[in-house]
Design a protein around this ligand. Structure first.
Ligand code: HSE
Length: 347
């Protein structure tokens, strides 16, 4: 029976949800997946850190309060975040990186991933920053070290998109995609169709936990732009940088715009898209536009995300599902670990 030792970097909603899944499901995973997980380290800039090579109790970690220095309450814990020690010296095989997204330079998450890969550890992350900005160099480093760098949760949380397309669409002639890739903005547009004002709808999305700490990343399209860069570079072989993608959001759309569209059978959606040109180059954009009722993304409502892949052999192939949420995003980390396990056992 395989047991992977895992260290959790960032202990906010996502890695806490992973600890919860470990507490509840480890025995089942042994049977279903052929491995179990042992948490040997946790570090968080706010909560502190803890290392125990014999294993930290997952249920105890989940029950810790979200108060400053809370990890010091553990016998093995400290109020200080010893990030480098947890990543390099906890004996972990896998580092689960789920710290905040920094859209400017991807730090400090990118450094955490680099430390882990350099130390020969697999990395699973849900963080859009390091993936959108540094995927090429991190993938090259992982390859050089013979380990995996996996990031399914960076786009559409646990809904399979990156791995699904990578594994099942080769040969189908993928030439582009259009996606509803931000739950907050789609929720806001849906509520505005029901008559709610823009500000009230954003406040409701914040209450429900969909929105980023600064919701302008959601409603101005910046969050979608990172996801478009990730999808285009990964699936269309592009080398896009964030600044290559023209970006606008939904903040200028009025209730009148929305009602007029509805009256003619159309729905406003914030669409992140990329397509390959005749010359092989890839162009990408983030822009709100009214979709006709028969468009594959027109029926996607509320916080649900979806991506419609444009393929030569199949036409549009559409995947929809949750794009955010604690457990949903923690599942993405599990799916990355399942992929690592499969790679090791097929070698
Ligand atoms: N704030 C994001 C959203 C979370 O609303 O989709 C997931 O990236």
């Amino acid at each position: 029976m395989t047991e992977y030792k895992i260290a959790l970097v960032g202990f906010g909603g996502v890695n806490r949800a992973l600890a919860q899944l470990i507490a509840e499901r480890n025995a089942r995973w042994q049977q279903e997946l052929g491995f179990s997980l042992k948490i040997v380290g946790v570090t968080d800039l706010f909560l502190g850190s803890a290392i125990d090579r014999d294993g930290l109790d997952a249920a105890t970690l989940v029950a810790l309060p979200a108060s400053k220095g809370a990890l010091a309450q553990l016998a093995q814990g400290s109020a200080e975040a010893f990030n480098e020690a947890v990543i390099k010296q906890s004996g972990a095989d896998i580092i689960a990186e789920a710290t905040f997204t920094n859209p400017k330079d991807g730090e400090p998450a990118a450094t955490f991933c680099r430390w882990a890969l350099e130390a020969g550890k697999h990395v699973v992350t849900t963080n859009k920053g390091p993936v959108a900005l540094h995927a090429q160099s991190l993938k090259a480093l992982a390859k050089a070290k013979g380990v995996s760098f996996e990031y399914e949760g960076a786009v559409m949380s646990g809904t399979p998109v990156l791995r699904m397309a990578r594994q099942t669409l080769p040969g189908a002639g993928l030439v582009g995609f259009e996606g509803i890739l931000n739950g907050t903005s789609n929720y806001v547009l849906t509520r505005m169709e029901e008559g709610l004002g823009f500000a009230e709808a954003v406040a409701k999305a914040q209450e429900l936990g969909y929105a980023e700490a600064d919701p302008s990343a959601d409603v101005e399209g910046y969050d979608v732009r990172l996801k478009v860069v990730i999808l285009a570079n990964e699936l269309l072989g592009a080398c896009l940088q964030v600044s290559d993608v023209a970006c606008s959001g939904i903040s200028a759309i009025t209730c009148d715009d929305i009602q007029q569209a509805l009256a003619s059978g159309q729905r406003w959606k914030l669409i992140g898209a990329a397509s390959r040109n005749q010359d092989g180059s890839v162009q990408a954009s983030v822009q709100a536009r009214p979709l006709p009722g028969n468009h594959p993304l027109a029926g996607i409502s509320g916080a649900t995300n979806a991506v419609a892949f444009d393929t030569k052999l199949l036409g549009a192939v559409t995947v929809s599902g949750p794009g955010a949420g604690r457990i949903e995003t923690a599942f993405a980390l599990l799916s990355d670990i399942v992929a690592i396990h499969a790679t090791k056992h097929s070698a």
